[in-house]
Ligand binder design. Structure first.
Ligand code: SAH
Length: 346
């Protein structure tokens, strides 16, 4: 086991058989060994700096019907909202004052918020804050639309592949969504010059070790600039309401492995990890994560961007509590920095 982890740290790749062995045979000791190595790897690259991104969840309206997601079109109980461009701009203004130099515009696939409007919003943000990066996370679009987003000034794009196994993908999504299209979108984004983030759900229904191997191999092949993973957490008004949540231990082990696989990657300690367990985000940082994404959305809508049950919206999760976040990170020897935090391939 330790040899495999050492090999991963040296060569930044493993074979499918090796990944499988790691995932099926690891124990607490192995995980602790990987975590320590991953933490040191991150510290060597990033010191004790943690990058912050201001997350603006600008629409919870979605035409898709992903079985795991609380924003799915069929969820009639979801109270829908859509911010105006002015609302989004005022989130940025607020965020800039708080020291955020990256704004992440995330949303459902909302046909009512046109690509053109989104381009205009990106342009306006880039004009108003030329020292800031804009990240989009609005799902699948035709390549030409991604091109327009790029021309408008978007720097980065987050699109998780969710699961790299085609059959598993179909178990998590309706027929209208295809694993091939999802992956093609990710390759298009990379080719167009975005800093690209992908990632997967840990412990989603029907997930097997083989699927996680496929996820790791996909990432090993793609080498995205950002990698976001988090535990699946059930949402009460979805078909997966009764399914168990993913495991914190496995999520943390995977973060350690991802850091060793890709030492320069930007890896967030996601909200889902913090939701699953108090202090989970700090644990993720101690396993090599180096990004946090506090919520900059208007507070009256935060509860409605309900991807899963009990999603954290306050305390250190809220952008306006940067002091609280700093205090928590200081307690484990880290600090947030006011910096765009671009990917660097050193
Ligand atoms: N529409 C955008 C943004 C989706 S929300 C897109 O398609 O990329 C961001 C992420 O939340 C998703 O990629 C998914 O991995 C995660 N998510 C959705 N439902 C979840 C759940 N029940 N538990 C944990 N994470 C979830």
């Amino acid at each position: 086991m330790k040899q495999l982890i050492d090999r991963l740290a040296e060569t930044h790749s493993l074979t499918q058989e090796e990944w499988y062995e790691l995932l099926t045979c690891y124990n607490k000791k192995t995980a602790a060994y990987a975590a320590e190595k991953a933490r040191k790897t991150a510290q060597l690259r990033f010191g004790n700096n943690i990058y912050i991104r201001g997350l603006i969840e600008f629409t919870n309206i979605c035409k898709n019907d992903c079985y795991y997601c609380g924003l799915r079109a069929s969820n009639a109980k979801c109270r829908r909202y859509r911010l105006t461009p002015e609302d989004i701009l005022s989130c940025c203004q607020n965020g800039y004052r708080l020291g955020f130099r990256t704004f992440v515009l995330q949303g459902g696939e909302d046909p009512g918020f046109s690509d053109e409007t989104l381009c205009n919003v990106v342009q306006t943000i880039k004009q108003a804050y030329p020292d800031c990066a804009v990240t989009l996370s609005v799902g699948e679009r035709p390549r030409r639309v991604y091109e327009d987003f790029k021309k408008a000034g978007a720097d980065r794009y987050l699109l998780r592949h969710e699961t790299a196994d085609d059959d598993h993908y179909r178990q998590l999504h309706p027929e209208s969504l295809s694993p091939a299209v999802r992956k093609q979108c990710i390759y298009d984004l990379k080719e167009l010059g975005f800093q690209v983030g992908t990632g997967f759900l840990v412990g989603s229904p029907f997930q097997k070790a083989e699927h996680i191997c496929a996820d790791l191999l996909f990432i090993q092949h793609l080498m995205p600039q950002m990698i976001g993973i988090g535990p699946f957490i059930p949402h009460q008004d979805t078909p997966f309401a009764g399914e168990p949540a993913g495991s914190l231990e496995l999520t943390l082990f995977l973060i350690s492995l991802l850091r060793l696989l890709h030492p320069n990657a930007l890896i967030p300690a996601t909200t889902a990890i913090g939701t699953l367990q108090e202090g989970g985000r700090e644990q993720a940082i101690l396993c090599g994560a180096n990004v946090v994404m506090p919520n900059l959305s208007p507070s009256d809508h935060r509860k409605d961007y309900s991807l899963y049950n009990n999603k954290l919206t306050d305390g250190a999760e809220a952008a306006e509590s940067r002091d609280a976040l700093d205090a928590r990170l200081n307690a484990i020897g880290y600090r947030t920095v006011t910096d765009r935090g671009d990917y660097q391939s050193r």
